[in-house]
Design a protein around this ligand. Structure first.
Ligand code: PLP
Length: 423
């Protein structure tokens, strides 16, 4: 039998919804493999590589592989006053309005936004310490997932790392010695929150309020972006799972000259890095040539405005999905789970544990409620449109409802029916 032509094979895949040139790629690849019948699965593979909304039923709220914190963004196709001053009609700054909101929310003089926290740390070091020394505790010279390694970021910034203390214990006197050592030119002390890693036992670290007495600006990379340890946006106050996570407002109060953190971890915003603190130091960062290369776009800033206004208006538990999901009570989840379980046979309600995610609060979990079905159904659930991402434990598929928006419960019902029908 003659192999089908590339064109007719590509046309036969039209139901995937992919544009024709991609179907031609799939058809060519299958024919080159000598097996035209594989064209369809190759096309499915291409479709699965494209960015689509998914339903996160993993229970990990800010799931790094699922884009960390979910954010809401509704934008009309209109221009924005991104760098236009509405008061004067002249050139404006994309940092001014958002900088004010963040500074107000954390009690800092000023703030600015870059693409992510790795960029924030890089920019601070390059702008304030290039060609000079930066003192870092040996216990905080860490790697934080996805290639963020303190010594390597330091190297890229042009600053020199000065190791202080030991892996498990670093005291104020150790910093003092490093700063005073002949030949050292310490521009900054950098304190890094180890985030997803913890050492226990015979350990000691020097808190920000002590470091602030050294006479050298202290930069605290707090990582997760918890804005205020008191969580004034929650009626019930700080949840137990926060587990001593460092917070922005308290770090500024303790005397950090600058803090840096991610916008898309515990803050619940879009992927961004925040630099907040002393106005003169923020200005030095904003004026550095790298600031242009690291700046966020208007879409991201629009989403971030929405989140920061919610913090200032104290509507976070309603308007910021991360905190809405983190604070929903288990009775509510139980009722949703029971409703779904009555609509799908062979699915039962189960207690489970959610995680804040994004490498923050290691070891802490949040009691939750979900659905369980025997066997591993994750592949079928992933192939549903929209894809439903679940996890498996001991050959039982678990869907944690904490990270599923209630408006998606009916989609979950349909996905579960399909999963069970394809057994
Ligand atoms: C997560 C984290 C980073 C990296 O932040 P990104 O926003 O992912 O670039 C850097 N430092 C600390 C302490 C972190 O927790």
């Amino acid at each position: 039998m003659r192999p089908p032509s590339v064109d007719s094979l590509a046309r036969s895949l039209a139901s995937t919804g992919l544009p024709h040139p991609l179907l031609v790629d799939a058809a060519r690849e299958a024919i080159a493999l000598g097996d035209p019948s594989r064209a369809s699965s190759i096309a499915d593979g291409i479709a699965a590589s494209l960015l689509v909304p998914v339903i996160n039923a993993t229970g990990v709220i800010a799931h790094t592989n699922l884009g960390r914190s979910p954010v809401e963004l509704h934008l009309a196709p209109r221009a924005q006053n991104l760098e236009f001053d509405l008061a004067t009609g002249g050139r404006g700054s994309r940092q001014r309005g958002i900088g004010r909101l963040i500074a107000r929310a954390v009690g800092a003089e000023d703030a600015m936004v870059v693409n992510n926290n790795a960029a924030a740390v890089l920019l601070v070091l390059a702008a304030l310490a290039s060609g000079r020394d930066v003192a870092v505790s040996r216990g905080e010279s860490v790697e934080i997932g996805g290639g963020f390694r303190v010594p390597e970021v330091m190297e890229q910034s042009g600053a020199r790392l000065v190791d202080v203390g030991t892996t498990n214990r670093t005291r104020l006197a150790d910093y003092r010695k490093a700063i005073g050592r002949k030949g050292n030119d310490v521009a900054l002390v950098l304190k890094v929150h180890p985030s997803n890693y913890r050492i226990d036992g015979f350990v000691e670290e020097t808190p920000v309020d002590e470091l602030a007495t050294l006479g050298v600006p202290v930069v605290a990379d707090i990582g997760s972006g918890l804005l205020d340890a008191a969580c004034p946006w929650l009626d019930s106050g700080p949840p137990a799972w926060l587990n001593g996570e460092p917070a922005a407002r308290q770090s500024v109060l303790a005397g950090a000259s600058l803090i840096t953190f991610s916008g898309d971890k515990l803050m619940g915003g879009p992927q961004t890095g925040i630099i907040a603190g002393r106005a003169d130091l923020v200005a030095a960062c904003a004026q550095h040539p790298l600031a242009r290369a690291l700046r966020p776009g208007g879409l991201v800033l629009a989403a971030l405005h929405h989140v920061m206004l919610a913090y200032l208006a104290r509507t976070v538990s309603v308007d910021v999905p991360f905190w809405r999901m983190a604070s929903v009570n288990t009775d509510h989840l139980q009722r949703r789970a029971e409703s779904i379980a009555t609509q799908v046979t062979d699915v039962r309600v189960t207690p489970c544990e959610s995680l804040p995610g994004a490498g923050s609060t290691p070891g802490a979990s949040i009691p939750s409620v979900g659905l369980a079905l025997d066997g591993d159904h994750t592949a079928v659930l992933r192939s549903f449109r929209p894809p439903v991402i679940a996890r498996v434990r001991d050959n039982v598929t678990i869907l944690d409802l904490r990270t599923v928006d209630p408006s998606d419960d009916q989609v979950v019902v349909e996905a579960l029916r399909q999963a069970l029908a394809s057994r």
